[in-house]
Design a protein around this ligand. Structure first.
Ligand code: NDP
Length: 256
């Protein structure tokens, strides 16, 4: 039987939509109390909370921009004040601003690095302070296959997500003795609003290159994250776990 997350306190950044919503629902289904962070979209965040509560879970909403270190510190202080602990942080909030290199503005570069890498620094720092004190906790960083293989047209995103790999490995080593586990999950393609900007031809090519012949579902990613957050995964730390229908393996073999 899978380990429950009963009474664990979890924060999911970017829990208002897409993959973050599915992960928040899964943690709630396993018994965690979930703080659903969002940046702007309160209506969708409330929708996540309604679904979580309808399934018998417990949670709350918290608006904070992960790029703003003061807002992030306040969020974690408030979570700690209310629950007196923090067990799980899912660093999921992320954005894309795709363009080929010579067309990419400095602003596109900065915004993506700010949310997808600097945001994770701010949230992890606030979380590790609490987790190291209680000598227990797990942080799961949601990277991307684009951080592991070459991704033309996405060098900002690719750079941020590759950076996350080094961040996760090094931090895992630094905080292991304090009882804190750090994991890096690199999803392939998943159908969310983020993927809506991709062309039909590109999507068809991703199906051809994926051994399982399809994209992942948010529920499949959420099930992985639920496991990694649980005591069943207590020997996992510092790893990158890909979930991509085998796509990464094919690209490595054929150099595509
Ligand atoms: P979506 O675009 O569907 O959702 C993004 C979420 O991030 C929203 O909840 C949004 O909040 C939140 N967010 C964005 N900026 C901030 C910020 N500054 N502060 C707080 N929250 C913020 O994305 P996905 O669900 O598709 O992606 C989630 C993660 O998974 C990302 O890290 C992405 O890089 C990664 N990923 C996605 C893949 C895919 O195929 N979809 C593949 C590989 C990785 P709000 O609603 O308030 O705007």
């Amino acid at each position: 039987m899978m380990s429950a997350l009963d009474d664990r306190i979890a924060v999911v950044t970017g829990g208002s939509r897409g993959l973050g919503r599915a992960m928040a629902l899964e943690l709630g289904r396993r018994g965690a109390r979930v703080v659903i962070n969002f940046r702007r979209n309160e209506k969708e965040a409330r929708n996540t909370l309604d679904q979580l509560q309808a399934a018998g879970g417990q949670g709350s909403l918290y608006q904070a921009d992960v790029t703003d270190s003061r807002q992030v510190q306040q969020m974690f202080q408030d979570v700690f004040k209310q629950h007196r602990r923090l067990d799980i942080l899912i660093n999921n909030a992320g954005i894309t601003r795709d363009a080929y290199f010579l067309m990419m503005s400095a602003n596109d570069w900065r915004e993506v690095l700010d949310v997808d890498l600097n945001g994770i620094f701010h949230c992890s720092k606030a979380a590790v302070r609490i987790m190291a004190g209680q000598r227990r906790g797990v942080i799961i960083n949601i990277g991307s296959g684009a951080g592991l293989v070459a991704q033309p047209g996405q060098i900002n995103y690719s750079a941020a997500k590759s950076g996350l790999l080094g961040f996760s490995r090094s931090l895992a080593r630094e905080v292991a003795a304090k009882g804190v586990r750090i994991l890096h999950v690199a999803p392939g393609f998943f159908k969310t609003e983020m993927a809506e900007t991709l062309s039909k031809d590109f999507i068809a090519a991703t199906y051809r290159l994926t051994p399982l012949g399809r994209w992942g579902t948010a529920e499949e990613l959420a099930a992985l994250v639920g496991f990694l957050a649980s005591d069943d995964a207590r020997c996992f730390s510092g790893q990158t776990i890909t979930i991509d229908g085998g796509r990464g393996a094919v690209e490595a073999e054929f150099g595509l």
